[in-house]
Ligand binder design. Structure first.
Ligand code: GTP
Ligand code: SPV
Ligand code: MN
Length: 594
Protein backbone atom coordinates (compact mmCIF):
# COMPACT_ATOMS: atom_id res chain seq x y z
CA UNK A 1 0.00 0.00 0.00
CA UNK A 2 1.24 3.47 -0.77
CA UNK A 3 1.22 6.34 1.66
CA UNK A 4 -0.94 8.88 -0.08
CA UNK A 5 -1.04 12.28 1.64
CA UNK A 6 -4.67 13.07 2.23
CA UNK A 7 -5.92 16.34 0.78
CA UNK A 8 -9.40 16.25 2.26
CA UNK A 9 -11.29 19.00 4.04
CA UNK A 10 -9.54 18.44 7.35
CA UNK A 11 -6.01 17.83 6.16
CA UNK A 12 -3.24 20.13 5.05
CA UNK A 13 -1.23 18.72 2.18
CA UNK A 14 2.10 18.73 3.98
CA UNK A 15 4.79 21.29 4.59
CA UNK A 16 7.02 23.61 2.60
CA UNK A 17 9.84 22.69 5.01
CA UNK A 18 11.75 20.16 2.93
CA UNK A 19 13.58 18.52 5.84
CA UNK A 20 10.30 17.89 7.66
CA UNK A 21 8.52 16.63 4.55
CA UNK A 22 11.42 14.29 3.89
CA UNK A 23 11.30 12.83 7.42
CA UNK A 24 7.55 12.24 7.18
CA UNK A 25 8.03 10.55 3.79
CA UNK A 26 10.78 8.34 5.22
CA UNK A 27 8.65 7.33 8.20
CA UNK A 28 5.71 6.59 5.88
CA UNK A 29 7.96 4.41 3.75
CA UNK A 30 9.06 2.48 6.86
CA UNK A 31 5.68 2.14 8.58
CA UNK A 32 3.49 1.85 5.41
CA UNK A 33 0.25 3.53 6.60
CA UNK A 34 -2.89 3.53 4.43
CA UNK A 35 -3.16 7.30 4.70
CA UNK A 36 -1.14 10.28 5.91
CA UNK A 37 -3.02 13.11 7.64
CA UNK A 38 -1.39 16.40 8.61
CA UNK A 39 -3.27 17.66 11.68
CA UNK A 40 -4.35 21.31 11.65
CA UNK A 41 -5.79 21.35 15.17
CA UNK A 42 -9.20 22.63 13.99
CA UNK A 43 -12.51 21.86 15.72
CA UNK A 44 -13.73 20.14 12.55
CA UNK A 45 -10.73 17.83 12.58
CA UNK A 46 -11.23 17.03 16.27
CA UNK A 47 -14.94 16.27 15.68
CA UNK A 48 -14.18 13.94 12.77
CA UNK A 49 -11.55 12.09 14.82
CA UNK A 50 -13.85 11.79 17.81
CA UNK A 51 -16.70 10.42 15.69
CA UNK A 52 -14.39 7.77 14.27
CA UNK A 53 -13.15 6.82 17.76
CA UNK A 54 -16.72 6.60 19.07
CA UNK A 55 -17.63 4.39 16.12
CA UNK A 56 -14.79 1.92 16.68
CA UNK A 57 -15.02 1.87 20.51
CA UNK A 58 -11.72 3.66 21.22
CA UNK A 59 -13.87 6.22 23.00
CA UNK A 60 -17.05 5.48 24.92
CA UNK A 61 -19.80 7.95 25.70
CA UNK A 62 -20.30 9.32 29.22
CA UNK A 63 -23.43 10.97 30.62
CA UNK A 64 -23.76 14.12 28.52
CA UNK A 65 -26.27 15.76 30.88
CA UNK A 66 -23.85 15.74 33.81
CA UNK A 67 -20.58 15.74 31.79
CA UNK A 68 -21.09 17.51 28.44
CA UNK A 69 -18.38 16.80 25.89
CA UNK A 70 -16.73 14.16 28.11
CA UNK A 71 -15.60 10.76 26.84
CA UNK A 72 -14.09 7.60 28.29
CA UNK A 73 -11.13 5.62 27.01
CA UNK A 74 -10.40 2.14 28.35
CA UNK A 75 -6.83 1.20 27.61
CA UNK A 76 -5.42 -2.26 27.15
CA UNK A 77 -5.17 -3.63 30.74
CA UNK A 78 -1.38 -4.04 30.34
CA UNK A 79 -0.93 -0.46 29.20
CA UNK A 80 -1.85 1.76 32.13
CA UNK A 81 1.33 3.59 33.23
CA UNK A 82 4.85 4.64 32.30
CA UNK A 83 7.30 1.78 31.79
CA UNK A 84 10.60 2.93 33.26
CA UNK A 85 12.37 -0.40 32.62
CA UNK A 86 11.64 -0.02 28.88
CA UNK A 87 12.61 3.66 28.68
CA UNK A 88 16.07 4.43 27.27
CA UNK A 89 18.16 7.57 26.95
CA UNK A 90 20.66 6.89 24.17
CA UNK A 91 23.53 9.34 24.13
CA UNK A 92 26.49 8.37 21.94
CA UNK A 93 28.57 7.90 25.07
CA UNK A 94 27.08 5.74 27.81
CA UNK A 95 28.45 7.98 30.58
CA UNK A 96 26.47 10.95 29.22
CA UNK A 97 23.21 9.12 30.03
CA UNK A 98 24.40 8.51 33.59
CA UNK A 99 23.67 5.66 35.98
CA UNK A 100 20.15 7.09 36.39
CA UNK A 101 19.09 6.05 32.86
CA UNK A 102 18.84 2.85 30.88
CA UNK A 103 21.19 3.12 27.92
CA UNK A 104 21.69 1.46 24.57
CA UNK A 105 24.11 2.52 21.84
CA UNK A 106 22.11 4.75 19.45
CA UNK A 107 22.76 2.57 16.39
CA UNK A 108 21.62 -0.55 18.22
CA UNK A 109 18.58 1.25 19.67
CA UNK A 110 17.50 2.58 16.25
CA UNK A 111 17.90 -0.88 14.69
CA UNK A 112 15.92 -2.54 17.45
CA UNK A 113 12.98 -0.15 17.39
CA UNK A 114 12.93 0.43 13.61
CA UNK A 115 12.45 -3.32 13.20
CA UNK A 116 9.26 -2.95 15.24
CA UNK A 117 8.13 0.09 13.22
CA UNK A 118 8.52 -1.70 9.92
CA UNK A 119 5.07 -1.99 8.33
CA UNK A 120 3.40 -1.33 11.70
CA UNK A 121 0.94 1.21 10.26
CA UNK A 122 -0.49 -1.04 7.54
CA UNK A 123 -4.25 -0.60 7.64
CA UNK A 124 -3.84 2.49 9.85
CA UNK A 125 -3.63 6.25 9.40
CA UNK A 126 -0.39 8.10 10.05
CA UNK A 127 -1.09 11.43 11.75
CA UNK A 128 1.48 14.22 11.60
CA UNK A 129 1.06 16.34 14.74
CA UNK A 130 2.96 19.65 14.79
CA UNK A 131 3.00 21.08 18.31
CA UNK A 132 4.42 23.92 20.33
CA UNK A 133 5.45 23.49 23.98
CA UNK A 134 4.79 26.84 25.64
CA UNK A 135 2.82 29.93 24.59
CA UNK A 136 2.89 30.07 20.79
CA UNK A 137 4.46 33.57 20.81
CA UNK A 138 6.96 32.87 23.60
CA UNK A 139 10.69 32.96 22.83
CA UNK A 140 11.03 30.29 25.56
CA UNK A 141 8.64 27.87 23.81
CA UNK A 142 9.94 24.96 21.71
CA UNK A 143 8.33 23.05 18.88
CA UNK A 144 8.19 19.46 17.83
CA UNK A 145 6.40 17.14 15.46
CA UNK A 146 4.94 13.83 16.60
CA UNK A 147 4.03 11.18 14.09
CA UNK A 148 1.53 8.70 15.55
CA UNK A 149 -0.96 6.09 14.39
CA UNK A 150 -3.17 6.67 17.43
CA UNK A 151 -6.16 9.02 17.12
CA UNK A 152 -6.40 8.90 20.95
CA UNK A 153 -2.88 10.37 21.09
CA UNK A 154 -3.89 13.08 18.59
CA UNK A 155 -6.93 13.99 20.70
CA UNK A 156 -4.79 14.17 23.85
CA UNK A 157 -2.02 16.18 22.16
CA UNK A 158 -4.67 18.66 21.06
CA UNK A 159 -5.54 19.32 24.72
CA UNK A 160 -2.02 19.08 26.16
CA UNK A 161 -0.10 21.19 23.60
CA UNK A 162 -0.63 24.03 21.14
CA UNK A 163 -1.17 21.67 18.23
CA UNK A 164 -1.85 22.25 14.55
CA UNK A 165 -1.58 25.02 11.99
CA UNK A 166 -0.09 27.73 14.25
CA UNK A 167 2.59 25.35 15.49
CA UNK A 168 3.41 24.26 11.93
CA UNK A 169 3.72 27.91 10.87
CA UNK A 170 6.23 28.53 13.69
CA UNK A 171 8.09 25.32 12.82
CA UNK A 172 8.39 26.40 9.18
CA UNK A 173 9.58 29.88 10.19
CA UNK A 174 12.15 28.42 12.56
CA UNK A 175 13.14 25.87 9.96
CA UNK A 176 13.99 28.73 7.58
CA UNK A 177 16.31 30.09 10.31
CA UNK A 178 17.92 26.68 10.71
CA UNK A 179 16.56 26.14 14.22
CA UNK A 180 16.39 22.50 15.31
CA UNK A 181 13.11 20.63 15.68
CA UNK A 182 12.30 17.71 17.99
CA UNK A 183 11.00 14.76 15.99
CA UNK A 184 8.98 12.02 17.66
CA UNK A 185 7.75 8.79 16.12
CA UNK A 186 5.06 6.82 17.91
CA UNK A 187 3.04 3.71 17.16
CA UNK A 188 0.78 1.80 19.51
CA UNK A 189 2.01 -1.34 17.74
CA UNK A 190 0.41 -4.47 19.18
CA UNK A 191 0.30 -3.14 22.80
CA UNK A 192 2.42 -6.15 23.73
CA UNK A 193 4.51 -5.37 26.82
CA UNK A 194 7.27 -7.53 25.30
CA UNK A 195 7.36 -5.37 22.17
CA UNK A 196 7.45 -1.96 23.84
CA UNK A 197 10.22 0.66 23.99
CA UNK A 198 10.40 4.38 24.74
CA UNK A 199 13.69 5.61 23.27
CA UNK A 200 15.35 9.01 23.31
CA UNK A 201 18.25 10.23 21.19
CA UNK A 202 19.10 13.61 22.77
CA UNK A 203 21.94 14.42 20.38
CA UNK A 204 19.62 13.93 17.38
CA UNK A 205 16.57 15.50 19.11
CA UNK A 206 14.70 12.30 18.21
CA UNK A 207 12.17 10.23 20.20
CA UNK A 208 10.87 6.80 19.20
CA UNK A 209 8.09 5.13 21.13
CA UNK A 210 6.51 1.79 20.29
CA UNK A 211 3.88 -0.45 21.85
CA UNK A 212 2.07 1.80 24.33
CA UNK A 213 -0.76 4.32 24.09
CA UNK A 214 -0.38 5.56 27.68
CA UNK A 215 0.19 9.30 28.29
CA UNK A 216 3.79 9.46 29.48
CA UNK A 217 4.83 6.84 26.92
CA UNK A 218 2.87 8.15 23.94
CA UNK A 219 2.16 11.90 24.24
CA UNK A 220 5.70 12.64 23.16
CA UNK A 221 5.52 16.39 23.78
CA UNK A 222 5.19 15.74 27.51
CA UNK A 223 7.79 13.69 29.41
CA UNK A 224 9.82 12.61 26.36
CA UNK A 225 10.27 16.08 24.82
CA UNK A 226 9.53 18.64 27.55
CA UNK A 227 11.63 16.81 30.16
CA UNK A 228 14.07 14.24 28.75
CA UNK A 229 15.09 16.01 25.53
CA UNK A 230 14.54 19.53 26.91
CA UNK A 231 16.65 18.90 30.04
CA UNK A 232 19.54 17.96 27.73
CA UNK A 233 19.04 21.13 25.66
CA UNK A 234 18.61 23.21 28.81
CA UNK A 235 21.97 22.05 30.12
CA UNK A 236 23.67 23.08 26.89
CA UNK A 237 21.87 26.43 26.74
CA UNK A 238 21.84 27.46 30.41
CA UNK A 239 18.27 26.91 31.57
CA UNK A 240 16.27 24.28 33.48
CA UNK A 241 13.54 21.85 32.34
CA UNK A 242 11.89 20.48 35.47
CA UNK A 243 9.11 18.18 36.74
CA UNK A 244 7.47 21.04 38.63
CA UNK A 245 4.13 22.72 39.07
CA UNK A 246 3.99 26.52 38.94
CA UNK A 247 1.54 28.33 41.23
CA UNK A 248 0.96 32.00 42.06
CA UNK A 249 0.14 32.83 45.71
CA UNK A 250 -1.61 36.17 46.18
CA UNK A 251 -1.53 37.62 49.70
CA UNK A 252 -4.12 40.01 51.17
CA UNK A 253 -1.96 42.95 49.99
CA UNK A 254 -2.43 41.74 46.42
CA UNK A 255 1.22 40.73 45.94
CA UNK A 256 1.68 37.51 43.95
CA UNK A 257 4.65 35.21 44.59
CA UNK A 258 5.21 32.40 42.11
CA UNK A 259 6.35 29.07 43.51
CA UNK A 260 7.71 26.12 41.50
CA UNK A 261 7.47 22.74 43.19
CA UNK A 262 8.92 19.34 42.26
CA UNK A 263 7.11 16.32 43.71
CA UNK A 264 7.43 12.85 42.17
CA UNK A 265 4.65 11.38 40.04
CA UNK A 266 1.30 11.19 41.85
CA UNK A 267 2.67 13.08 44.89
CA UNK A 268 0.54 16.21 44.81
CA UNK A 269 1.60 18.65 42.05
CA UNK A 270 -1.83 19.00 40.45
CA UNK A 271 -3.40 19.42 43.88
CA UNK A 272 -0.98 22.12 45.03
CA UNK A 273 -1.25 23.95 41.71
CA UNK A 274 -5.05 24.15 42.05
CA UNK A 275 -5.18 24.72 45.81
CA UNK A 276 -8.21 26.48 47.29
CA UNK A 277 -7.31 28.45 50.45
CA UNK A 278 -8.84 27.46 53.80
CA UNK A 279 -11.87 29.56 54.73
CA UNK A 280 -10.05 31.87 57.15
CA UNK A 281 -7.46 32.62 54.45
CA UNK A 282 -10.14 33.22 51.82
CA UNK A 283 -11.83 35.72 54.12
CA UNK A 284 -8.56 37.63 54.43
CA UNK A 285 -8.18 37.80 50.68
CA UNK A 286 -5.63 35.06 49.93
CA UNK A 287 -5.89 33.73 46.36
CA UNK A 288 -4.12 31.00 44.45
CA UNK A 289 -3.45 31.09 40.69
CA UNK A 290 -2.63 28.02 38.61
CA UNK A 291 0.12 28.33 36.00
CA UNK A 292 1.08 24.68 35.48
CA UNK A 293 0.72 21.30 37.20
CA UNK A 294 3.55 19.12 35.88
CA UNK A 295 6.37 20.74 33.89
CA UNK A 296 8.27 24.00 34.30
CA UNK A 297 10.92 25.55 32.05
CA UNK A 298 12.98 28.15 33.91
CA UNK A 299 15.35 30.67 32.34
CA UNK A 300 17.57 33.20 34.07
CA UNK A 301 16.24 36.67 33.17
CA UNK A 302 18.16 39.89 32.67
CA UNK A 303 17.17 40.87 36.21
CA UNK A 304 18.94 37.78 37.58
CA UNK A 305 15.70 36.07 38.57
CA UNK A 306 14.47 32.75 37.19
CA UNK A 307 11.48 33.15 34.84
CA UNK A 308 9.22 30.17 34.27
CA UNK A 309 6.78 29.02 31.63
CA UNK A 310 4.49 26.02 31.65
CA UNK A 311 5.23 24.28 28.33
CA UNK A 312 1.88 22.48 28.44
CA UNK A 313 -1.61 23.63 27.50
CA UNK A 314 -3.58 21.09 29.52
CA UNK A 315 -3.61 18.80 32.53
CA UNK A 316 -3.10 15.03 32.40
CA UNK A 317 -4.06 14.50 36.01
CA UNK A 318 -4.54 11.63 38.45
CA UNK A 319 -8.28 10.96 38.96
CA UNK A 320 -8.34 8.90 42.20
CA UNK A 321 -8.51 11.09 45.29
CA UNK A 322 -9.95 14.06 43.38
CA UNK A 323 -13.09 15.24 45.18
CA UNK A 324 -15.16 18.27 46.08
CA UNK A 325 -13.27 18.27 49.38
CA UNK A 326 -9.67 17.61 48.21
CA UNK A 327 -9.62 19.52 44.92
CA UNK A 328 -12.90 21.22 43.95
CA UNK A 329 -11.00 23.24 41.37
CA UNK A 330 -9.97 20.13 39.46
CA UNK A 331 -13.53 18.78 39.66
CA UNK A 332 -14.90 21.96 38.10
CA UNK A 333 -12.17 21.90 35.46
CA UNK A 334 -13.11 18.36 34.36
CA UNK A 335 -16.87 18.88 34.35
CA UNK A 336 -16.92 19.19 30.55
CA UNK A 337 -14.86 18.47 27.41
CA UNK A 338 -12.55 16.02 29.17
CA UNK A 339 -11.06 12.69 28.13
CA UNK A 340 -11.18 10.22 31.03
CA UNK A 341 -8.88 7.21 30.83
CA UNK A 342 -9.42 4.03 32.87
CA UNK A 343 -11.93 5.46 35.35
CA UNK A 344 -14.97 3.52 36.55
CA UNK A 345 -18.57 4.50 35.69
CA UNK A 346 -21.83 4.80 37.63
CA UNK A 347 -25.03 3.15 36.44
CA UNK A 348 -26.05 6.39 34.71
CA UNK A 349 -22.75 6.66 32.85
CA UNK A 350 -20.89 9.21 34.96
CA UNK A 351 -17.15 8.89 35.50
CA UNK A 352 -16.23 7.66 38.97
CA UNK A 353 -13.09 6.87 40.98
CA UNK A 354 -12.08 6.01 44.53
CA UNK A 355 -12.27 9.06 46.77
CA UNK A 356 -14.78 10.95 44.58
CA UNK A 357 -17.89 10.30 46.69
CA UNK A 358 -19.90 7.56 48.41
CA UNK A 359 -21.68 6.25 45.32
CA UNK A 360 -21.04 2.66 44.30
CA UNK A 361 -19.88 2.38 40.68
CA UNK A 362 -21.57 0.03 38.21
CA UNK A 363 -18.61 -0.79 35.93
CA UNK A 364 -14.91 -0.95 36.74
CA UNK A 365 -12.11 0.52 34.60
CA UNK A 366 -12.12 -2.55 32.37
CA UNK A 367 -15.88 -2.32 31.79
CA UNK A 368 -16.70 -5.31 33.98
CA UNK A 369 -19.53 -5.23 36.55
CA UNK A 370 -17.86 -3.75 39.61
CA UNK A 371 -16.73 -6.36 42.12
CA UNK A 372 -14.77 -4.99 45.10
CA UNK A 373 -13.02 -8.36 45.41
CA UNK A 374 -11.12 -7.49 42.22
CA UNK A 375 -9.65 -4.31 43.69
CA UNK A 376 -10.38 -0.65 43.02
CA UNK A 377 -13.07 0.24 40.48
CA UNK A 378 -10.97 2.94 38.82
CA UNK A 379 -7.38 2.10 37.94
CA UNK A 380 -5.11 3.74 40.59
CA UNK A 381 -3.40 5.59 37.71
CA UNK A 382 -6.62 6.53 35.92
CA UNK A 383 -6.37 10.05 34.53
CA UNK A 384 -8.20 13.00 33.03
CA UNK A 385 -7.01 15.07 30.07
CA UNK A 386 -8.38 18.60 29.93
CA UNK A 387 -7.51 22.04 28.61
CA UNK A 388 -5.91 24.30 31.25
CA UNK A 389 -8.22 27.10 30.09
CA UNK A 390 -11.10 25.34 31.86
CA UNK A 391 -9.44 25.70 35.27
CA UNK A 392 -11.32 28.38 37.27
CA UNK A 393 -8.04 29.58 38.83
CA UNK A 394 -5.98 29.53 35.61
CA UNK A 395 -3.58 32.46 35.98
CA UNK A 396 -3.96 35.52 33.77
CA UNK A 397 -0.15 35.38 33.46
CA UNK A 398 0.08 31.68 32.55
CA UNK A 399 0.55 32.56 28.88
CA UNK A 400 2.87 35.55 29.34
CA UNK A 401 5.61 35.02 26.72
CA UNK A 402 8.39 35.92 29.18
CA UNK A 403 6.98 33.63 31.89
CA UNK A 404 6.53 34.42 35.58
CA UNK A 405 9.33 35.18 38.10
CA UNK A 406 9.95 32.41 40.64
CA UNK A 407 10.29 33.38 44.33
CA UNK A 408 10.67 29.92 45.82
CA UNK A 409 11.51 26.40 44.72
CA UNK A 410 9.94 23.61 46.74
CA UNK A 411 11.01 19.97 46.74
CA UNK A 412 8.90 17.25 48.32
CA UNK A 413 8.19 13.57 48.47
CA UNK A 414 5.94 10.96 49.95
CA UNK A 415 7.75 10.12 53.20
CA UNK A 416 5.68 8.38 55.87
CA UNK A 417 8.37 9.10 58.45
CA UNK A 418 11.44 11.19 59.30
CA UNK A 419 10.99 14.19 56.99
CA UNK A 420 9.36 17.24 58.66
CA UNK A 421 6.41 19.14 57.23
CA UNK A 422 8.70 21.89 55.91
CA UNK A 423 12.26 23.15 56.12
CA UNK A 424 14.33 25.74 54.27
CA UNK A 425 17.75 25.20 52.74
CA UNK A 426 20.56 27.45 54.01
CA UNK A 427 21.73 28.55 50.56
CA UNK A 428 21.56 27.54 46.89
CA UNK A 429 24.12 24.70 47.12
CA UNK A 430 22.33 23.29 50.15
CA UNK A 431 19.07 23.63 48.22
CA UNK A 432 20.52 21.61 45.35
CA UNK A 433 21.57 18.96 47.87
CA UNK A 434 18.06 18.90 49.35
CA UNK A 435 16.70 18.30 45.83
CA UNK A 436 19.37 15.70 45.05
CA UNK A 437 18.62 13.83 48.28
CA UNK A 438 14.87 13.64 47.68
CA UNK A 439 13.25 10.31 48.42
CA UNK A 440 9.69 9.19 47.88
CA UNK A 441 7.50 6.11 48.09
CA UNK A 442 6.65 4.82 44.61
CA UNK A 443 3.13 5.26 43.15
CA UNK A 444 0.95 3.75 40.43
CA UNK A 445 2.16 6.33 37.86
CA UNK A 446 4.82 3.83 36.77
CA UNK A 447 4.48 0.05 36.50
CA UNK A 448 6.06 -1.91 39.38
CA UNK A 449 5.70 -2.06 43.15
CA UNK A 450 3.86 0.77 44.93
CA UNK A 451 4.92 2.26 48.30
CA UNK A 452 8.63 1.43 48.03
CA UNK A 453 10.92 4.28 49.14
CA UNK A 454 13.41 5.24 46.43
CA UNK A 455 15.68 8.20 45.71
CA UNK A 456 14.07 10.52 43.18
CA UNK A 457 16.27 13.62 42.88
CA UNK A 458 14.22 16.71 42.05
CA UNK A 459 11.41 14.28 41.04
CA UNK A 460 13.47 13.75 37.86
CA UNK A 461 14.63 10.14 38.30
CA UNK A 462 12.43 8.94 35.43
CA UNK A 463 12.82 12.12 33.36
CA UNK A 464 16.37 13.49 33.36
CA UNK A 465 17.82 13.23 29.85
CA UNK A 466 21.43 12.99 31.06
CA UNK A 467 23.51 11.89 34.04
CA UNK A 468 22.54 13.10 37.49
CA UNK A 469 26.09 14.14 38.48
CA UNK A 470 26.15 16.53 35.49
CA UNK A 471 22.58 17.60 36.28
CA UNK A 472 23.46 18.61 39.85
CA UNK A 473 26.52 20.48 38.56
CA UNK A 474 24.25 22.30 36.10
CA UNK A 475 21.91 23.31 38.92
CA UNK A 476 24.87 24.53 41.00
CA UNK A 477 26.07 26.67 38.06
CA UNK A 478 23.10 29.03 38.42
CA UNK A 479 24.71 30.49 41.57
CA UNK A 480 26.80 33.19 39.89
CA UNK A 481 27.36 36.94 40.21
CA UNK A 482 24.17 38.91 39.56
CA UNK A 483 21.87 35.95 40.12
CA UNK A 484 18.80 36.55 42.31
CA UNK A 485 17.92 32.95 42.92
CA UNK A 486 14.75 31.68 44.58
CA UNK A 487 14.97 30.33 48.12
CA UNK A 488 14.75 26.54 48.29
CA UNK A 489 12.46 24.52 50.58
CA UNK A 490 11.44 20.91 51.23
CA UNK A 491 7.93 19.82 52.24
CA UNK A 492 6.30 16.53 53.21
CA UNK A 493 2.49 16.28 53.28
CA UNK A 494 2.61 12.52 53.78
CA UNK A 495 3.92 11.84 57.33
CA UNK A 496 1.92 9.05 58.97
CA UNK A 497 1.19 8.26 62.62
CA UNK A 498 1.53 4.87 64.31
CA UNK A 499 -1.93 3.92 62.99
CA UNK A 500 -0.95 4.71 59.42
CA UNK A 501 -3.03 7.89 59.19
CA UNK A 502 -1.77 11.09 57.56
CA UNK A 503 -0.73 13.52 60.32
CA UNK A 504 -1.14 16.67 58.23
CA UNK A 505 -4.53 17.47 56.63
CA UNK A 506 -2.90 18.45 53.34
CA UNK A 507 -4.65 19.85 50.24
CA UNK A 508 -6.07 23.38 50.90
CA UNK A 509 -4.34 23.53 54.27
CA UNK A 510 -0.97 23.30 52.51
CA UNK A 511 -1.40 27.06 51.97
CA UNK A 512 -0.46 27.44 55.65
CA UNK A 513 2.97 26.07 54.77
CA UNK A 514 3.19 28.16 51.59
CA UNK A 515 2.45 31.25 53.70
CA UNK A 516 5.51 30.48 55.82
CA UNK A 517 7.58 29.87 52.70
CA UNK A 518 6.57 33.22 51.21
CA UNK A 519 7.13 34.83 54.59
CA UNK A 520 10.70 33.53 54.51
CA UNK A 521 11.17 34.99 51.02
CA UNK A 522 10.00 38.42 52.16
CA UNK A 523 11.94 38.12 55.43
CA UNK A 524 8.92 38.16 57.76
CA UNK A 525 8.50 34.56 58.91
CA UNK A 526 10.29 33.14 61.97
CA UNK A 527 12.61 30.14 61.84
CA UNK A 528 14.92 28.11 64.03
CA UNK A 529 18.23 26.53 63.05
CA UNK A 530 18.74 22.80 62.74
CA UNK A 531 21.20 20.39 61.14
CA UNK A 532 18.87 20.03 58.13
CA UNK A 533 18.20 23.74 57.61
CA UNK A 534 15.75 26.39 58.87
CA UNK A 535 12.50 25.14 60.39
CA UNK A 536 9.40 27.14 61.30
CA UNK A 537 9.12 28.07 64.96
CA UNK A 538 6.20 26.30 66.63
CA UNK A 539 3.95 29.35 66.23
CA UNK A 540 5.06 30.23 62.71
CA UNK A 541 2.58 27.98 60.89
CA UNK A 542 -0.91 29.38 61.40
CA UNK A 543 -3.43 26.91 62.73
CA UNK A 544 -6.60 29.03 63.00
CA UNK A 545 -9.59 26.95 61.97
CA UNK A 546 -7.45 23.82 61.92
CA UNK A 547 -8.08 20.89 64.21
CA UNK A 548 -4.58 19.59 64.88
CA UNK A 549 -3.06 18.88 68.29
CA UNK A 550 0.04 20.62 69.62
CA UNK A 551 1.75 17.24 70.00
CA UNK A 552 1.10 16.34 66.34
CA UNK A 553 2.35 19.72 65.18
CA UNK A 554 5.51 19.37 67.31
CA UNK A 555 6.13 15.94 65.80
CA UNK A 556 5.62 17.31 62.26
CA UNK A 557 8.29 19.95 62.91
CA UNK A 558 10.73 17.73 64.84
CA UNK A 559 14.19 16.91 63.56
CA UNK A 560 14.95 13.31 64.47
CA UNK A 561 18.72 13.56 64.99
CA UNK A 562 19.70 9.86 64.74
CA UNK A 563 17.24 9.39 61.89
CA UNK A 564 18.86 12.21 59.89
CA UNK A 565 22.34 10.89 60.60
CA UNK A 566 21.31 7.59 59.05
CA UNK A 567 19.67 9.45 56.15
CA UNK A 568 22.91 11.39 55.54
CA UNK A 569 24.86 8.13 55.29
CA UNK A 570 22.37 6.83 52.71
CA UNK A 571 22.49 10.05 50.71
CA UNK A 572 26.31 10.00 50.69
CA UNK A 573 26.24 6.46 49.30
CA UNK A 574 23.70 7.54 46.68
CA UNK A 575 25.87 10.48 45.57
CA UNK A 576 28.78 8.02 45.26
CA UNK A 577 26.63 5.74 43.11
CA UNK A 578 25.79 8.68 40.84
CA UNK A 579 29.44 9.68 40.53
CA UNK A 580 29.14 13.06 42.27
CA UNK A 581 32.77 14.16 42.78
CA UNK A 582 34.29 14.51 46.24
CA UNK A 583 34.93 18.23 45.66
CA UNK A 584 31.29 18.98 44.75
CA UNK A 585 29.70 21.63 47.03
CA UNK A 586 26.93 19.06 47.59
CA UNK A 587 29.37 17.09 49.74
CA UNK A 588 30.07 20.07 52.01
CA UNK A 589 26.34 20.73 52.37
CA UNK A 590 25.79 17.09 53.24
CA UNK A 591 28.61 17.26 55.77
CA UNK A 592 26.68 19.94 57.67
CA UNK A 593 23.75 17.54 57.94
CA UNK A 594 25.67 14.48 59.14
P1 GTP B 1 1.71 13.36 38.21
O1 GTP B 1 0.63 13.85 37.32
O2 GTP B 1 1.81 11.85 38.21
O3 GTP B 1 3.04 13.99 37.98
O4 GTP B 1 1.25 13.61 39.73
P2 GTP B 1 0.98 14.88 40.66
O5 GTP B 1 2.22 15.19 41.42
O6 GTP B 1 0.33 15.98 39.93
O7 GTP B 1 -0.02 14.25 41.76
P3 GTP B 1 -1.51 14.67 42.16
O8 GTP B 1 -1.63 16.09 42.60
O9 GTP B 1 -2.42 14.22 41.09
O10 GTP B 1 -1.75 13.76 43.47
C1 GTP B 1 -1.67 12.37 43.44
C2 GTP B 1 -2.40 11.78 44.63
O11 GTP B 1 -1.92 12.36 45.86
C3 GTP B 1 -3.90 12.03 44.57
O12 GTP B 1 -4.57 10.85 44.90
C4 GTP B 1 -4.11 13.09 45.61
O13 GTP B 1 -5.39 13.01 46.18
C5 GTP B 1 -2.99 12.84 46.64
N1 GTP B 1 -2.59 14.09 47.32
C6 GTP B 1 -2.30 15.27 46.74
N2 GTP B 1 -2.02 16.23 47.64
C7 GTP B 1 -2.12 15.63 48.85
C8 GTP B 1 -1.95 16.09 50.19
O14 GTP B 1 -1.64 17.25 50.47
N3 GTP B 1 -2.13 15.17 51.20
C9 GTP B 1 -2.48 13.87 50.93
N4 GTP B 1 -2.64 13.03 51.95
N5 GTP B 1 -2.65 13.41 49.66
C10 GTP B 1 -2.48 14.26 48.65
C1 SPV C 1 3.84 11.33 35.72
O1 SPV C 1 3.87 10.08 35.75
O2 SPV C 1 4.68 12.03 36.33
C2 SPV C 1 2.77 12.03 34.97
C3 SPV C 1 1.93 11.25 34.10
O3 SPV C 1 2.68 13.25 35.05
S1 SPV C 1 2.75 10.90 32.59
O4 SPV C 1 2.55 12.02 31.69
O5 SPV C 1 2.13 9.71 32.07
O6 SPV C 1 4.16 10.72 32.83
MN1 MN D 1 4.33 14.14 36.20
Amino acid sequence: MNAVPQRGANATPGTRLASLQQWVDEVAALTRPDRVVWCDGSDAEADTLQEAMMADGTLLPLNQDTHPGCVLHRSHPDDVARVEHLTFVCHERREDSGPNNHWMAPAEAHAKIDALFEGCMEGRTLYVVPYCMGPIDSPLARCGVEITDSPYVVANMRLMTRMGAAALARIEREGDEGKPLVRGLHSTGELDPDRRFIMHFPEELVIKSYGSGYGGNALLGKKCHALRIASHQARQEGWLAEHMLIVGIENPQGEVHYVAAAFPSACGKTNLAMLIPPESYREQGWKVWTVGDDICWMHPGEDGRLWAINPEAGFFGVAPGTSEKSNPNALHTIGRDTIFTNVATTDDGQPWWEGLDKRVPAKDWQGRDFDPARGPAAHPNSRFTVSAKQCPTFSAHAEDPQGVPISAIVFGGRRSNLVPLVFEARDWAHGVLVGAAMGSETTAAATGAVGVMRRDPMAMKPFCGYGFADYFAHWLSFDRPGAKLPKVFHVNWFRKDADGRFMWPGFGDNLRVLEWIIGRVSGEAAATESRIGHLPTFEAIRRDGLDIEDGTMRELLRVDEPGWQAEAVEVAAYLDELGVPAESPLRASLGAMA
